[in-house]
Every structure is written in C-alpha cells, then in structure tokens.
Design a protein around this ligand. Structure first.
Ligand code: 1HN
Length: 350
C-alpha cells in the first residue's frame, strides 16, 4: 500500500472509518504496525529504588497505621511508566512490606501467587498453608496460589521484605479471587522445617505428594544455602560471560521453576567482575542481596547497594559491574514466556 495518498482519498477513507466506529468495527490496516512491531518495544522504564530512600518512608507508614489495619502495609514500587497501576514490569507487581514487632498481617488467600525476598529482620515469620518459616535476609519464600498465609514479627526489630506477585497477569486475564480468613492467624498443621526436610535435601517422599499443584513444595529457599551453593559453584568453573555464576531456583519434584508464573534466580558476581550485555523478552526485577556495583539498563547506568531494587524492561540490554562481591536476586515472568513459546534472548559481545 502506498503511503502517499491525496486528501480526497484520505477523506473518503475517514468517512468509511467513521461509519464503522458506531458498530464497534475498525480497519486493521490503520493499526497493524502498532499491533505487530518488528521486535518488542517495552513501555516499561528502567528504574532503581534505593533502600535508603524507601526505608524511612516505610517506617513512617508504620507510625500511621498498623499491619492489621492495612491488611498488608506495603509501599508499592511503581514503574515510572505506569503510575497508579501497581506494576513494576508489564506483568508483575512488587512492593516493600513492613511488619513491626508484635504485629500480624492477617490470614487471607488469593489466586495470584506471591514471593517474598527478605531484606531485614531475624525474627519475622510467614505461615503458609499450615507451616511456618522464619524469614531471614536473603531468603526466597513462596506463597502458592490459594494458600492461606499470614505474617508476624516476634522480635524487637522491624522486619521488611520485597513482595513480588503476578497480580497484573491475573488482572489481564480477569481471574483474581480473594478470601479473608475468620482468624488473624490460620492454623498450623506441620512443624517448622517440614517442607524443607521432605523436599529440600535431594530426597523426596516415596509416594507423590500433591501439595500446591504447579508450585514447589519447598516454600523457603534459605539464603545461607543459596549463597554457599553459588560460592562453591564459582570455584568449579569459569564464570559465564553473560551470567557470571548464576543458579536458578528449582522445583525439586520436576526440576522446573518453583512458581508457575514467576521465574527466580540468583547471580554471584565477585568484586571487580562484570557481565556482557544480555537481553531477553522478560522484564526483570533485581533485588540486591549483598554488594555494591552498577547495572546498565539500555543507555542508563544505575549504581546500587545492598537491598536496592532495580527493574529492567523486556528486550532491553542489561549488564552488571561489581564493586564488591555481589549476590543479585532476580525475578521475572520468564517461566510464562517459556510455557507460551514467547521466550527469546540475545547475548552480545562477551
Ligand atoms: C498480599 O496478599 C501480600 O500476602 C503482599 O503479604 C502484597 C499486594 C497486593 C495484593 C495482595 C501478602 C500484596 C498482597
């Protein structure tokens, strides 16, 4: 189709379109290029939230209302491109949650899944589907879809963590269900550590156990173990140019990702090291478990330190540079891209 059209033709076409619109009909050829770009053009913006900026605001919110009043006292990390939409990437929600000493975030359940990446505190706990786990900095904890859960703090220091939920996905599909529990805390049916003992030791129960469908039966992947594994793995092989030493979290029953909608992995990058640029279709969230350094996202460079959160849009080059030893937790919707045949990545240089 020629791009040069005269005014008369344009007017004729417009007149035609105007007659289509009232019947909720539209010409594809006017929108085709927008529907089918040559490659993904994420509307998301790259961004970094410094924990030193977020923390004082979070503590201030702790003086304004209780965890119980708030249901969940969270400051949402909003992608600059989507104010008010509770999205950090196109398909994921993230926020920073605070539980003060003695508080409880009341029991409820919902069809979206959640992960917690713990930032601060030693004596916070989360209870999921009848089992409790202590929350320690760097732990990756899962709340499966439709599992009852509540959180508490039995120490004398604040407890904080990053929440990531697949809420925008559920919003898109219009499939969100939510239910409050009658009690502040739901009933425990297993001792602490039960899941890790049964599923997290390279052993599995003899009879298959269907606990949470497509979600890993391990619901706390402790940082201590992840960190140790990464350090040991870094000694056994040269770092990958793009991934350095990266291990992905896994569901021990099938080897797949631990959650049906959110992929998670951790990268170890020693002081002075850097990675070559990589881009992938998934928009990525990074939480800095340890270390200082910088992340280049597209043309922008963000320095970071411990507990900062960063986000990189899909199909945007990203790379790291470590000033001190870095442990970088990642979360994205890559698992969904893989299942739906949408996942692509590209690696440069190296
Ligand atoms: C939620 O249930 C939690 O359980 C955290 O801690 C954040 C954000 C939106 C909707 C539900 C939680 C949430 C949430």
């Amino acid at each position: 189709m020629s791009n040069k059209i005269d005014e008369k033709t344009q007017a004729e076409r417009q007149e035609f379109y105007d007659r289509l619109a009232p019947g909720n009909i539209a010409p594809l050829w006017e929108v085709l290029k927008g529907l089918m770009p040559r490659e993904p053009q994420s509307k998301a913006a790259p961004f970094r939230w410094r924990y030193q900026d977020v923390r004082p605001l979070l503590m201030e919110s702790g003086e304004l209302l209780t965890a119980e009043e708030a249901e969940r006292r969270v400051l949402v990390l909003e992608n600059p491109s989507w104010p008010g939409q509770s999205r950090i990437t196109a398909s994921l929600y993230a926020g920073i949650q605070l539980i003060l000493p003695g508080e409880t975030a009341p029991a409820h359940r919902h069809t979206p899944s959640a992960l917690r990446f713990v930032l601060e505190g030693e004596q916070g706990f989360t209870a999921v589907g009848g089992e409790r786990t202590v929350m320690k900095a760097g732990d990756f904890i899962i709340t499966p879809a439709w599992a009852w859960h509540d959180h508490g703090n039995e120490g004398d220091q604040p407890v904080t963590w990053m929440d990531v939920l697949d809420l925008p996905m559920f919003g898109y599909f219009e499939t969100t269900f939510f239910q409050g529990h009658n009690d502040l805390r739901h009933m425990m049916s297993r001792p602490e550590g039960d899941s890790l003992a049964r599923f997290g030791e390279g052993l599995l129960p003899m009879d298959p156990v269907e606990r949470y469908g497509q979600t890993s039966p391990i619901f706390n992947y402790p940082y201590e173990r992840t960190r140790e594994a990464l350090l040991a793995a870094s000694k056994g092989a040269d770092p990958d140019p793009h991934l350095a030493t990266t291990l992905r979290y896994a569901n021990p029953t099938d080897g797949g990702w631990p959650m049906p909608t959110i992929a998670t992995w951790m990268t170890y990058l020693p002081a002075g090291a850097a990675t070559a640029p990589i881009r992938s279709t998934d928009g990525v969230i990074v939480s800095v478990a340890e270390g200082t350094g910088s992340m280049k996202i597209g043309e922008e460079e963000f320095d970071f330190r411990e507990k900062d959160t960063l986000t990189a849009p899909g199909w945007t080059w990203r790379s790291f540079r470590a000033t001190t030893d870095c442990f970088l937790f990642h979360a994205s919707d890559r698992v969904v891209h893989e299942k739906l045949g949408m996942y692509r990545e590209e690696r440069a240089g190296g």
